[in-house]
Design a protein around this ligand. Sequence first.
Ligand code: NAI
Length: 477
Amino acid sequence: MSFDYKVRDLSLAEAGRHQIRLAEHEMPGLMALREEFGAQQPLKGARIAGSLHMTVQTAVLIETLTALGADVRWASCNIFSTQDEAAAAIVVGKGTPEDPQGVPVFAWKGESLPEYWWCTEQILSWPGQDGPNMILDDGGDATLLVHKGVEFEAAGAVPATDENDSAEYRVILDVLRASLEKDPQRFTKMAAGILGVTEETTTGVHRLYEFAQTGDLLFPAINVNDSVTKSKFDNKYGTRHSLIDGINRATDTLMGGKVAVVLGYGDVGKGCAESLRGQGARVVITEIDPICALQAAMDGFQVTTLEDVVETADIFITATGNKDIITAADMARMKHQAIVGNIGHFDNEIDMAGLERDTTIEKVEIKPQVHEWRFADGHSVIVLSEGRLLNLGNATGHPSFVMSNSFANQTIAQIELFTKNDDYAKQVYVLPKILDEKVARLHLDALGVKLTQLSKDQAEYIGVDVAGPYKPEHYRY
Ligand code: NAI
């Protein structure tokens, strides 16, 4: 069997396979779905283009999708987040590095932006087909490429770049321009065959609702992020683990006694704040939403503006999913060797472009994904992962057990959209609560949790079914 792929080094496959084997034990949700659906093969005929951090945990997801019958092509959704050994193991599969027999992966740690978008394009290119018939996305880049492709094909041309366009958007336009020249209907034909997308994260979901609101969404979408067993677990308990892992591996700085600012107190901000407090840091929160600000205050954190602490704090972590949160001018005022990192999906939370534009600021590489930016007055700040999500750039992202919850939702959402496609319009849906509860249930035994059994009488009294769902849709957990 021969197939196309591009990863760092296939000789890393054995190391990757060992880690995948250990991760499988920590991912009971995914393994239970293999058990439940393996014989049935519900994803037979699915051609899934996956764009999601190519980590060890994602490797277990990929092999779950293929165990359920899917054909898969995979890229990472971030230039720094690939674990090269996991990528190698997935390509090698049951074969050897000399004779790989696994899944086409296009991902390596430290891609350039043109390489990143080339990889994204590869997962949409299916030999002998117009494209995938399913997308599994994290942050929406694969979905974006298809939507922009269709938009420009309808217009007959890709717009000229504008001086305000980011470097990344210019790369996307270049990719689409080349594609349009080769086949002016490529993305239009591809989109017609796509049954749907399942989206992993807050930022990608935000894009999907925008497409749906303007009537531009080209296929049905399941918002996996807003399954309770995703955003209230991965975003919170996942970051609680991986934020400080990233800071430690990058800087090895002692966090106890330091002042750490978490910008944004949503699900991710809550996990970050808790972990920094656990290290003994004095944590300060910034928020724009009065409800989240009040939550932070009642959780015992000082809530103030960046302006108040920019000159005195030691560590700054952005977790907003918004842009322009820390500017180059803010960094110019920070303490010497303040640490600045982002854990939100995109790199526009920290003004990296502003740092790069200013020729009086010098960039020194301490090690890959750790840079000191020296200002003309002699002070410097340490920026992690060039402003991209530091828990995946400087560490290995969330641990397996929490990702088993997220990826069980992904797998169920893929089965749902692929097998019951007629039930879904070009809108954004969340999974039914009963499936959300099922995902949680799959993870209880491993933690020794004993669930109390609701009696029929009690169930009637609170107006639910004995078998669930146990909460109304508006319940917030
Ligand atoms: P969320 O919407 O729950 O929280 C974001 C919070 O930031 C909100 O409370 C919002 O009011 C606040 N905010 C917005 N603008 C702000 C500003 N200018 N200053 C201060 N606060 C501001 O979103 P969630 O789920 O916490 O996700 C945040 C980001 O993290 C998203 O980009 C998401 O995609 C990403 N994410 C990253 C993960 C990782 O492993 N690195 C895991 C999960 C999500």
